[in-house]
Design a protein around this ligand. Sequence first.
Ligand SMILES: O=C(O)CCC(=O)C(=O)O
Length: 321
Amino acid sequence: MVETFTEADVETIEHNGTRLVRVLPRHDGDHRAWFTRNNWALRASMYEHGAVMVKNSGLAAQGELAVVAEEIGGNTLDYNERSTPRSRVTGKVYTSTEYPADQTIPQHNEASYSTNWPHNVFFFCALAAASGGETPVADSGAVLDRLPAGLVERFAERGVLYTRTYRKGMGLSWQEGFQTDDKDRVESYCRDNDIQTEWDGDVLRTRQRRDAVITHPVTGRKVWFNQAHLFHVNALPEDVREGLLELCGEDGLPRNAYYGDGTPITAEEHRTITAAFEETTLAEEWSTGDLMMVDNILTTHGRRPFTGDRKVLVAMTQRVS
Ligand SMILES: O=C(O)CCC(=O)C(=O)O
C-alpha cells in the first residue's frame, strides 16, 4: 500500500505489533492538491496499518483539518456523550482532551464506552509542546494478543460495565456530558443508546454494558476495544482515588468499570491490561503542522505529559454503530 504514495518519503515504524506510517510530502507548494492525489493511499494505509502521520502537512487553518478529514474519512462528527473536557474550535473540529500538562492520558479507542464511535480520528498539531506531549498509538490487535487467554475470554463473554456519576465540580456534569440542559433529552438519548439512568436531584448516575472485544469491520481481525482500564478506579493516582472513594463512595465515583455482569475487575487484571498497552505503545514526536490519522478500531491513542504550550485539534469521522 505504502508504495502508492506520490511525491512523498514514506517510512513504516513498528514496535511490538503497532505500526505507524510516517509520510513526508515532497510537493512544490499545493498541499491540498497533494492530499487529493494521495487520498486513497492515506486511507488504505490507515486501515491496513492503523496510524498514519503526515509530517509538515501544510494544513494551516482548523477549517482545512475538517476538509481533509472529510475527504479521507467521510462526514465529520459531533463530540457527543462526552467523557472528557474539550472545546469546540469551529464546526466539528474540537480541541483534544484538556487535561493538565503533567498528566498522562492512558491509551484508548475513542468513545468505545458508547454505542456510537468514530471509525477515524484525525489529530492536527497546531502547536507542538516544548517537550513531550506525544500522542502515542497502540495496536488493538497486538494488545489483545498479549493478554492472557482466560482474561480475554471472560471479557469477550461478559463485556464491560461502565458506571458514571455526573455531578458539578467533580468530573463532567450531565449538562457537559450530554451537551444539553434538558433532562428529558438526556433521558431520551440514554433510552435510545441502552444506558440506565438514576437521578438524585441534579446528580445523574448511569450504567452501560458494552462489548470488550470486537471484530474489525474491514479487516475481520479481533481487537481489544474498550476503555475498561481507563474508567477503572485504579487508573487514578492513589491519593486521588482514596480521596474520591472517601468523598463519594464506590457508587458515586465519576467513572468506574466492571465486568459486564457487575463483577469487579481486580487490581491485578487492571495491571495486566495496562502493561499490555505499555508494551505495544509507539510514540512519534509532534512538530507543529503534523497531522496524524488513526483507524480508531485498530489503534488506540493517548497523550504523554508535556511542558510549554501545546495545541492538538481533533476531527472524528464516519460513525460506526
Ligand atoms: O491531546 C492528544 O494528543 C490526545 C488526547 C486524547 O487522548 C483525547 O483527546 O482523546
